[in-house]
Write a protein that binds this ligand. Structure first.
Ligand SMILES: [Zn+2]
Ligand SMILES: [Zn+2]
Length: 335
């Protein structure tokens, strides 16, 4: 099969992914093989490709927002029928035995596998994944539209839950890419008022189109104090200004897997029971609930498509903030 292989991490501006012919993966007993039709491009892929996440498998095929159809099944795999449309997300597998898994917090598993980092991902024509960690994709979505839901969507959803927002809450979203453009739709559906904070004029424009009450840059201040702020941008220097936007008792949620160092804070920014918390991965329950809610609302994703073999270009566009909504690789026969 054809795949985009990362031999070793480098800047995306040096086109580190190599278009390669590799053998088609064989599903283990509890796995399915999925013929990939679309794979979303996530900021975490950038962290894998550029080495901010240290290599855990090398070479590796990145990509963890995978939509396709079940094409083969392992000996014990009976959950899905061949031809059924499914998705593979970041949490490839959890151990099921550690204290976190046992407590229903498999997102914090001690021995997890992650798609496109510790095991091969979806920048390829085929992928294998444990059937228990594969999601049925609701009929409401096309494959291209569904792809960004599988990480950007799910992580945004978990971030929203941890932010504690509800009807009438004022929520800030810092960084307005793939995750925020989905999260705003869920937040507004729940009756929250959304403030978008992003340096890119075209991202502010998308935020307004999606119903943001206000959109500005981090140096401007939203006109009101906010109940919660979610930072999706991987820039630690945004933490102090984001804290300064919170009212007393407000919550700051950091939604990324990696962030540049956070500068020293004046305690007054945190005092009055403001909370800072991170979000790590997701549970299957998060993913299942989100896909159900997303189909109900229904969420509309704004997608910029690229052919699989142009994954380097898609990553560069993402890195330089030139993607409106979410970038998705489209995979057809022969890619
Ligand atoms: Zn575990
Ligand atoms: Zn992701």
């Amino acid at each position: 099969m054809n795949a985009c292989l990362l031999p070793r991490p480098r800047s995306v501006d040096e086109a580190p992914l190599v278009w390669s012919e590799v053998s088609r993966p064989e599903p283990a007993d509890d796995e399915v093989r999925v013929a990939v039709h679309a794979c979303g491009v996530c900021r975490t892929d950038l962290h894998v490709v550029e080495g901010e996440l240290e290599p855990r498998r090398s070479p590796v095929i990145p990509g963890h927002q995978v939509v396709g159809v079940v094409e083969a099944r392992g000996a014990q795999a009976r959950r899905f029928e061949p031809g059924q449309r499914v998705g593979v997300a970041w949490l490839h597998r959890s151990c099921g035995r550690c204290e976190f898994c046992v407590a229903g917090r498999e997102n914090l598993c001690d021995r997890p596998e992650f798609t496109g980092w510790t095991v091969d991902g979806g920048y390829a024509e085929f992928i294998v994944a444990p059937e228990a960690f594969v999601y049925p994709i609701p009929a409401a979505f096309t494959e291209l539209q569904a792809a960004p839901l599988l990480c950007a969507g799910i992580i945004g959803f978990r971030s929203l839950r941890l932010s504690g927002i509800g009807k009438g809450s004022r929520l800030g979203l810092v960084g307005f890419g793939a995750a925020a453009h989905v999260a705003i739709q869920v937040a507004r559906h729940r009756g929250a008022e959304v403030y978008a904070i992003t340096r890119e004029p075209r991202h502010r424009e998308l935020a307004r189109e999606l119903g943001a009450a206000w959109a500005g840059s981090a140096t401007e201040k939203p006109p009101q104090r906010l109940d919660a702020v979610i930072v999706f941008a991987p820039a630690g220097e945004l933490v102090p200004p984001a804290l300064a936007m919170l009212r007393k008792g407000g919550v700051l949620v950091l939604g990324g897997i990696h962030m540049s160092p956070i500068p020293a804070l004046d305690y007054s920014l945190l005092y009055q029971e403001r909370i800072i918390r991170s979000v790590a991965n997701n549970t299957r329950a998060d993913g299942e609930e989100f896909l159900r809610v997303a189909a109900e609302i229904p969420i509309r994703t704004e997608v910029q498509r690229f052919p699989l073999r142009e994954a380097n270009r898609a990553l560069a566009e993402l890195k330089h903030d030139r993607v409106r909504g979410a970038a998705v690789l489209e995979i057809r026969d022969g890619a």
